[in-house]
Design a protein around this ligand. Structure first.
Ligand code: BGC
Length: 987
């Protein structure tokens, strides 16, 4: 047929329900090894093809011609005798895969199952054109037509083993240090997948933009900034040859202590939904597949691999699930199934979650991968809808046998492969693979990230306008705390990113404070400690000597080292693995902190009853900043599973122990173990260090004694007393793998702040934490600036805010309780759970909804955040509009500086509602920038969903009609405008 001499290579797999055909120019054969699918066709070819089929599709066909990358994707047989013809069009100038033009449905007769000429026998019946921005186009739309045809063709060409190899991870022969790898099927043009964390920036062995923690981004209340955040991650992924990003994390903050709170988007489902959708749009615009995680109810780290979240239908629908739904609706390519169980079934094989809700109800078209080693079965998990086991093929590697034995239908395997290919296709990966993807360089600094740090910084308290610092303050300023000098870039675990650079907030402050500034510094809290002196150490078996016994390598004699302090030029040779044994005998009874610090090797310290270990047994290859795994964080209780009374290692949490987030001042990984020592009592000590690289091994044993701890606090108080104003930097250590043992900051930081505040009423606290902390000193200090984990631009942004060069623009996306006991999850059956079950019996009342319902005054409420200026709200109107209401009012900057406000709209419950409803529920917000004195009208649409509850009888969102309060305010506890509106039955 026609001048181009088309060959239609029919690839009808006998077992396949949907036969398929691939079209290619004459002279090409898929059997020749050249993959015709998706290859760029010449213009001539397109022209010829167009002309040949023109009679059949004339009235419908509109292909954009004259573009370089036009390709014939394929023809696929639908059910019966129809042939779908599709031409995806890649328009580089407007973004990836912007248009998919699906032309025609032809009726064909197949001549044979081999290479065959196909005669189109009938005029095309229909044509459709889908043209939408890539990020907004759902996976479904993208895989329509040509893409679908291409995918069918690929599946048909794959052997069973090739298909199965696409369903699980394996080792990357050319690893970039990322978390996961899938080899693809290169001879069919399916590139490998490289999967890299994560939510706070791209994590491989190479540095990348370390963004402020997701909780900081959530504090911006800005979908536009969320998108910018996603774009930075997506661009960095491209630059580092990664095509799947293991982000965003969107588990709702339910437990204030949960280790990964810094990595997620707060406690409110609406806020999280708006932000996650925008972030995904940003990531996927860059041609990388986003992965929303961890589906679902992974709301705590302790026992995360075993706990069953016992959650009722309404609670699940109204708290945790909306943000996942928003991600699916935003076209997310991939979903990561969580470690935990949900109502008794593993999340990674839950039919209600994966089949019923995700696929049937939300229409998810991408693929689900397991969290790392969260898979518990082969055929059952795959059949439930978990397509990819990560990071290896422990279960899915055996799926071929299951197919052969009849336990698993091959059609289930095919469908899983199709889904993975669909996501790849939507991201453009089947088009140009990794090799030809434009590689952007990662800039050394990121103004985009810095904007987000500033926009997410929350000014919690600012009495007497102590901030920004004025000339007088700078002329006599005391800066206190280790994190004033060593930036806390990010939280620990798989979201920890190697920054492109980091800075020293103090140094930047000093540089920018201008002439006449006088800034004194005091450590306040010694994170590094001092080398343990030899006179308190006794080598094993040599009571008269001082130091520790170094066990000789095979054949070599034992020797005694007076101190364990092999750093810098004294480092041990590369490849060294050494064990020291002996005892430590303190002269004074008290609470000590022992610290093992290493570089180039992994260390392990056991002291009497406790231990610090660097890196758990399950530590993976992904590279991270030093000091993110292993050991016990300073001042915190031992991790779960650490039994007192025996020499033990902190190995309870495989993969993520907990070295301090902060490296030492000289860059060593720093692990700590709090240890009670009695005067004169010998406590056994064993230290090992094992080389982990080709560099020399550095190792140092230090401690903080009760005396030195007190001395540091006294010095800090003295510095504060001598200054006009004091700024204390304080931090906590959130990490994946374990929850914080309490809401207090580690070490003596509370005592330090209290002492400084007592010495100087103009004390400002700068917080680098990732989640709620308690602040027993809150009433005593003048200012509190919540900078979160600010990422690589944090030092600069912090200095700019302190100096008033930038204004903090964030609002709390999570409630800060006064006391841990106030939290909804305080009862043990809710958290950490009893007998392996965590009861979500607080129902829909998480976060601020709980504090409202129980009438508990939080320390700082959800939505709270001050500015260097002030705002007022007026002129509220609420009008029916579209599927809900438009809420309009005026926001005015009533102060003398420019600033950003985040007005929030809440609605109250319906009277006589047949389901529990919150006293106040966030239904909308805006972010408004105003010059001094400026006023702006704001209109926020409140949609029908926001006015609904999840009905457990109808199993759907149901508007609660009747009179409802519409409230506008600056936080969930600061409502200034209110209107009662009768809500009708909206459909
Ligand atoms: C985490 C995931 C992460 C994965 C790969 C898991 O332990 O829970 O969030 O993406 O590791 O690093």
């Amino acid at each position: 047929m026609g001048r181009a001499g088309f060959i239609l290579d029919s690839l009808i797999a006998a077992k396949e329900a949907r036969p398929m055909i691939v079209v290619m120019p004459a002279g090409h054969s898929s059997r020749s090894g050249a993959n015709p699918i998706g290859r760029p066709a010449t213009e001539d070819f397109v022209d010829d093809f167009v002309k040949d089929v023109k009679p059949y599709i004339e009235s419908h066909y509109r292909v954009l011609k004259g573009r370089a990358n036009t390709a014939i994707a394929g023809l696929s047989m639908g059910g019966g005798q129809t042939l779908n013809v599709a031409i995806p069009h890649l328009d580089q100038t407007e973004g990836l895969m912007k248009r998919t033009i699906s032309i025609g449905v032809l009726t064909v007769a197949l001549a044979s199952a081999g290479v065959a000429a196909v005669q189109a026998t009938k005029t095309a019946l229909a044509a459709s054109q889908a043209a939408a921005p890539a990020a907004k186009t759902s996976a479904a739309a993208k895989t329509a037509g040509g893409a679908q045809a291409k995918i069918e063709a690929l599946v048909a060409q794959m052997t069973l083993d090739e298909k199965i190899s696409m369903l699980h991870g394996t080792n990357d022969p050319n690893s970039y240090g990322q978390a996961g790898y899938n080899p693809g099927v290169p001879h069919l043009g399916i590139p490998p997948l490289r999967l890299a964390d994560g939510p706070a920036g791209l994590r491989t062995a190479q540095p990348a933009t370390a963004l402020p923690a997701p909780i900081a981004m959530a504090s911006t209340f800005s979908p536009a900034l969320a998108k910018q955040y996603g774009q930075i991650i997506g661009r960095d992924a491209r630059a580092r040859h990664q095509n799947v990003v293991l982000a965003p994390m969107v588990n709702i903050i339910r437990v204030p202590q949960a280790g990964r709170n810094f990595e997620t988007l707060g406690e409110d489902p609406l806020l999280a939904s708006r932000l996650v959708a925008a972030e995904i749009e940003g990531i996927q615009r860059e041609g990388t597949i986003a992965t929303v995680k961890h589906y679902a109810f992974n709301n705590q780290e302790n026992q995360r691999r075993s706990v069953s979240a016992e959650v009722d239908e309404q609670t699940g629908r109204e708290t945790e699930l909306p943000a996942f739904e928003a991600a699916v609706r935003a076209g997310v390519g991939s979903v990561m199934a969580a470690y935990n169980k949900v109502n008794g079934a593993w999340a990674a094989e839950s039919v209600p979650l994966l089949t019923d809700i995700l696929r049937k109800e939300w229409g998810f078209k991408g693929f689900v991968m397991s969290d790392w080693s969260a898979t518990h079965s082969g055929a059952p998990a795959l059949t439930a809808g978990m397509e990819m086991e990560m990071p290896n093929g422990r279960y899915y590697g055996k799926l071929a046998e299951a197919v052969k034995s009849g336990e698993l239908k091959e059609s289930v395997v095919n469908e899983a492969v199709r889904r993975i290919l669909s996501a790849m296709e939507a991201a453009g990966l089947l088009k140009d693979g990794d090799a030809t993807r434009a590689v952007a360089e990662i800039p050394a600094t990121s103004p985009g990230a810095r904007d987000i740090v500033v926009a997410g910084a929350v000014l919690l308290k600012n009495e007497r306008n102590v901030l920004p610092l004025g000339k007088d303050d700078l002329a006599s300023l005391a800066v206190i705390g280790p994190t004033a000098k060593v930036l806390v870039v990010g939280g620990g675990g798989s979201a920890n990113v190697r920054p492109m650079h980091n800075g020293n907030p103090l140094e930047i402050l000093q540089q920018r404070a201008g002439a006449g500034a006088k800034i004194a510094y005091a450590k306040g809290y010694d994170v590094d400690g001092e080398p343990v002196p030899s006179d308190v150490l006794r080598p094993e078996g040599r009571p008269d000597a001082r130091g520790l016994l170094r066990k000789g390598a095979a054949g070599a004699a034992d020797s005694v080292d007076a101190a364990i302090n092999f750093v810098g030029p004294n480092a041990l040779p590369a490849g060294s693995s050494v064990t020291w044994t002996g005892t430590i005998i303190a002269r004074q009874t008290g609470d000590y902190v022992l610290k093992l610090q290493t570089a180039g090797g992994r260390g392990n310290l056991s002291a009497g009853t406790q231990g610090a270990r660097q890196g758990g047994p399950g530590q993976r290859g992904a590279a991270g900043a030093p000091g993110t795994r292993g050991g016990t964080a300073p001042g915190t209780a031992l991790p779960e599973g650490m039994a007192p009374g025996a020499i033990a290692e902190a190995t309870a949490i495989p993969g993520f122990g907990a070295a301090a987030l902060l490296p030492t001042a000289d860059g060593l990984t720093n692990t700590s173990t709090p240890t009670r020592l009695e005067a004169g009592v010998a406590v056994p000590l064993t230290i090992t260090v094992t080389s982990r690289s080709t560099t020399p091994v550095q190792v140092r044993l230090t401690w903080v004694t009760p005396d030195t701890e007190k001395a540091r606090i006294d010095e800090a108080a003295a510095a504060a007393r001598a200054a006009k104003t004091a700024v204390v930097f304080a931090y906590d250590e959130g990490t994946e793998g374990r929850d914080r043992a309490s809401l207090s900051m580690p070490g003596p930081q509370d005592a330090l702040i209290a002492a400084v505040a007592a010495a100087n009423p103009r004390t400002v606290v700068v917080l680098n934490n990732g989640a709620p902390i308690t602040m027993p000193w809150a009433d005593k200090v003048a200012g509190i600036l919540q900078m979160w984990y600010p990422g690589q631009e944090g030092a600069d942004a912090t200095a700019a805010i302190l100096l008033g060069e930038a204004s903090p623009g964030g609002r709390l996306p999570v409630t800060f309780p006064r006391r841990a006991e106030d939290a909804p999850t305080a009862p043990a059956e809710r958290y950490p759970g009893v007998n392996g079950k965590g009861a979500y019996s607080e129902g829909i009342f998480i976060g601020y909804r709980w504090y409202d319902k129980q009438n508990i005054e939080p320390l700082f409420p959800f939505g709270h955040g001050l500015s260097y200026t002030t705002f007022s709200y007026s002129a509220l109107t609420v009008r029916p509009a579209g599927d809900g209401f438009d809420v309009s009012f005026t926001v005015k900057n009533t102060g003398t500086r420019p600033g950003v406000d985040v007005p929030q709209v809440y609605v109250g419950p319906a009277p006589n509602a047949s389901a529990p409803m919150a006293v106040k529920k966030l239904v909308g917000f805006d972010r408004v920038t105003l010059a001094a004195g400026q006023a702006k009208p704001v209109t926020i649409h409140v949609d029908a969903r926001s006015l609904s509850y999840w009905s457990v009888t109808a199993h759907k969102w149901t508007v609660a009609p009747g009179p409802r309060a519409f409230m506008v305010g600056a936080s969930s506890r600061s409502i200034t405008l209110k209107a009662d509106v009768v809500v009708g039955e909206i459909r």
